[in-house]
Each structure stands twice: as structure tokens, then as C-alpha cells.
Design a binder for this molecule. Structure first.
Ligand SMILES: Cc1cc2nc3c(=O)[nH]c(=O)nc-3n(C[C@H](O)[C@H](O)[C@H](O)COP(=O)(O)OP(=O)(O)OC[C@H]3O[C@@H](n4cnc5c(N)ncnc54)[C@H](O)[C@@H]3O)c2cc1C
Length: 405
């Protein structure tokens, strides 16, 4: 007898979204999370149109849109001149914008919504430490840090949504090839004193890149490329503000600054997306450069397809590994495409030096002022990621469609 139909390890955005999608199908699910509270660090902000389509399935799209800022225009600048702009207003989607909402609010919305659903439980301050395969299921071992107790639970399926340093991946010895990139960045959120309003602005300068995105509640995120990973201790006062001024001529007010975080970037992709009844979803399967804003959105689409497959297995009492093979094939291709897009955006933006930057900007000016520009909004809004949207995928893959619809 199983305790749960599905256990999800990790209550980051992907585990919480998957929990919501399974709750909609009334699947008995447990989410275990080692932290007592959500991570307070600023991470993802950009939610793409396909992700909003997934949130619509659980009736959360309107709440997210009310809370977020709709970015429908991006301006691209060189060291001295404006190079051009992109608009999402004409993309083929119900949502013709990228929504900016801090990841912490995304997680709160998903967790609040889950707490109103039956058949689903979240255990915080509880850590998965071991996995034992069983006939038709898995036994997991959890440490409940609230009561310093070890617990054993049986589940039909375990989904690892435990992030880039996945402990489930380590326990199963799944290979996760990839590398850190050399690039480093520093970001800070400010009360917005500019007149940019809902627009995003990207500055590609000979001294390095600066990216600027609106946040809700009259705030704005600034991200600069740095020459090395700088911890708080190495930062001189106002380093971020001074660098932004040097590169863009915009002087931000130190009293408007709310936080500052350095980050490095990397890319990793699992060799396998499942082993028997343990399945990987989100950053536990793929990590990509956050410059490009695609990591969480790729994980959302993983969760969407996986929820359909798990619902089919559990409703039909039929475990069919060939469906997980399809999940692995499609979601790996989507992650590879997103990783490439994130990498190429980062490479273009981070070209430094007078000559190199001049030629990069000449090329960008040409692209942004030729008809070719029309393909870029679909590219950056992820609406044309290969196999990126489950609904479109089902129209192409009839086996998957016949089985899970
Ligand atoms: C600076 C920055 C900016 C970013 N911007 C964007 C963006 O704009 N758009 C975008 O799409 N993506 C962006 N990303 C990427 C995005 O943040 C990640 O892709 C996303 O957090 C992945 O979610 P996840 O749920 O897979 O993993 P995580 O968010 O890492 O969550 C994993 C959870 O599992 C828990 N856990 C781990 N091990 C265990 C265990 N053994 N037992 C129980 N719980 C466990 C962890 O505590 C954690 O809460 C950005 C990332 C960074 C760093």
C-alpha cells in the first residue's frame, strides 16, 4: 500500500507548479522541502507567454498579471546611440508580453493556491536523504528537522524538483555533464527613478553590458557584467551605481537601492530525465545561464508535460516507460534550445572593448533595422522553442495524444 501516488522533492517554483497541476487531477501528492521558508534571494523575474498559458490551466494567470509588470517593449542601446527596439505586441499568443514578477512572489502564489487544494500536503523543514526502489514504487527516507525524526514513506512516483544541486540525482548517480561559464554578473533592485516605466532597456557598451528590467511596485532591476565574481566584501561602496553611470550615463540614487547580489553562470544537462519511477523536472534536469531568462520557464513546460503523463499512469494504473522516454526526448531538446538561446544572448551582450563592441553594435543595428527583426520577439518570448508547448506537441505526437487525452 502506497502512502502517496506522487512525492515531489523540492518546493521551488517547479515543484510547486507541478503540485498544482497534479492537485487539479486529484492525485494524492506530498511535497517535501528542506527549507523552512522560501529562498529570499532575488532570482527569476521573467515569465514568458507559454508559462502564462500553463498558469491559466490552474486559473492563476489573472492573479500573476495583476501583480506583475507587462513588458511589451525592449530598447537596445550601444555606448552612445540607440540601436533599435523589439516589441512583443504582435507575437502569436494570447499574452503579448513578458511578465515581470519576482520569483519569491511566484512561489508564494503557487504555494498559497496549493494550500486550498485537497489531496496535497507540503512538509517544510523536511529533507529527502535516501531512495530505495520497490516493486511498483519507491521508498523514500526523510529527516523531519522540526521533530528531529526519520520517516519512511512509500510512493508510486518520485519527482525530483530539487534544483541544480539535486540530491536525488546524486543518490541515483545520474550523470549531469556541463560547465561553469567564465562570465560573472552583479545585480541590484532599486526604487525606479528613471522614466523607463514598463520598458526593458539593454545597454551593450565597450565597458560591458547593463540590463534594466521593470519590477512591480515602482521598482527596477539592474544587472551588470563584471570582470570577476565579486562578493559583498570585495565591493567598494556604490560599485554597481558607479559602473551603471560609466556605461549608460544614468546615475542611480544610493538611497533607492534595496539589495545587491553577485552571480556566476553555468550550463548542465542530465544524461537521463528518469530512472524507473524517479523523474527529473526543472533545474534538477537542466541548468542554463539566467541571462536570457529561460531556466524557470523551461522547468514550467517540463512540469506541464510531466503532469499529463503522471495523470495518465495513475488513472489507468499503467506505468509505461515509453511515455517517459518521450518526455525525456522532448524536454531535453527544449532545454538544449533554451540553453543555446541563453548562451548566445549572453555572448552577444558581453562583447567588450572598443573595436569588438563597435562591430557587434553595427551588426545589431543592421539586424534591428531589417525585416529579419520580425523573428526576434518569438525567439525571446520562447513561443517557438522546439517542443516547448505541450498543447502544440500533442497535435504532432499522436501516440502521446491518444494515450493522455
Ligand atoms: C540571478 C538569477 C536570475 C534568474 N532569472 C530567471 C528568469 O528571469 N527567468 C527564468 O525562467 N529563470 C531565471 N532564473 C532561473 C530560475 O531561478 C531557476 O531556473 C528556478 O529557480 C529553478 O526552479 P526549481 O524549482 O527547478 O529549483 P530551485 O528553485 O532550485 O528549487 C529547488 C528546491 O528544492 C529544495 N531541495 C533541494 N534538495 C532537497 C532535499 N534533499 N529535500 C527536500 N528539498 C530539497 C531546495 O531547498 C529548493 O527549495 C534565474 C536564476 C538566477 C540565479
Amino acid at each position: 500500500m502506497m502512502d502517496y501516488q506522487v512525492v515531489i522533492c523540492g518546493a521551488g517554483p517547479i515543484g510547486l507548479l507541478l503540485g498544482n497541476l497534479l492537485a487539479k487531477e486529484n492525485i494524492k501528492t506530498l511535497i517535501i522541502e528542506k527549507k523552512l521558508e522560501s529562498d529570499q534571494h532575488s532570482k527569476a523575474i521573467g515569465i514568458t507567454p507559454p508559462s502564462l498559458g500553463i498558469l491559466k490551466k490552474i486559473k492563476l494567470d489573472n492573479l500573476f498579471i495583476q501583480q506583475g509588470v507587462k513588458i511589451n517593449q525592449v530598447w537596445i542601446h550601444g555606448s552612445k546611440y540607440q540601436l533599435g527596439s523589439l516589441t512583443f505586441r504582435n507575437i502569436k499568443s494570447e499574452f503579448q508580453f513578458i511578465l515581470s514578477l519576482p520569483q519569491i512572489q511566484t512561489e508564494k502564489n503557487l504555494e498559497d493556491h496549493l494550500r486550498n487544494q485537497g489531496n496535497i500536503k507540503i512538509l517544510r523543514n523536511s529533507e529527502l536523504i535516501d531512495i530505495t526502489p520497490m516493486d511498483q514504487g519507491i521508498e523514500i527516507t526523510i529527516i523531519d528537522h522540526n521533530h528531529s525524526q526519520t520517516q519512511h514513506l512509500k510512493t508510486s512516483y518520485l519527482v525530483a524538483c530539487d534544483g541544480g544541486k539535486s540530491s536525488v540525482r546524486n543518490l541515483l548517480k545520474i550523470v549531469n555533464p556541463g560547465n561553469p561559464y567564465q562570465d560573472t554578473f552583479l545585480m541590484g533592485d532599486f526604487f525606479d527613478s528613471t522614466s523607463f516605466q514598463q520598458e526593458a532597456h539593454l545597454f551593450f557598451t565597450s565597458l560591458g553590458s547593463v540590463e534594466s528590467f521593470p519590477l512591480p511596485a515602482g521598482k527596477r532591476r539592474w544587472i551588470i557584467q563584471t570582470d570577476q565574481y565579486r562578493t559583498e566584501n570585495d565591493l567598494q561602496d556604490h560599485f554597481l551605481i558607479d559602473e551603471i553611470q560609466k556605461r549608460t550615463n544614468i546615475r542611480l540614487n544610493p538611497s533607492d537601492q534595496m539589495n545587491e547580489n553577485p552571480f556566476g553562470v553555468q550550463h548542465y544537462l542530465n544524461s537521463n530525465y528518469f530512472k524507473d519511477r524517479v523523474i527529473f523536472c526543472g533545474d534538477s534536469a537542466h541548468t542554463m545561464s539566467p541571462i536570457g531568462g529561460q531556466g524557470m520557464n523551461t522547468g514550467f513546460a517540463d512540469a506541464d508535460l510531466l503532469a499529463m503523463i503522471l495523470s495518465y499512469f495513475l488513472k489507468e494504473s499503467s506505468y509505461q516507460p515509453q511515455l517517459l522516454k518521450r518526455y525525456e526526448k522532448y524536454r531535453k531538446k527544449a532545454a538544449q534550445a533554451a540553453t543555446f538561446r541563453a548562451w548566445s544572448s549572453m555572448r552577444i551582450g558581453t562583447v567588450k572593448g572598443k573595436f569588438q563592441s563597435f562591430f557587434r553594435n553595427l551588426l545589431l543595428f543592421a539586424v534591428l533595422n531589417l525585416p529579419l527583426k520580425a523573428i526576434l520577439p518569438a525567439y525571446f518570448s520562447m513561443i517557438n522553442i522546439p517542443f516547448g508547448q505541450s498543447d502544440l506537441l500533442l497535435q504532432k505526437d499522436l501516440l502521446l495524444k491518444n494515450l493522455i487525452e
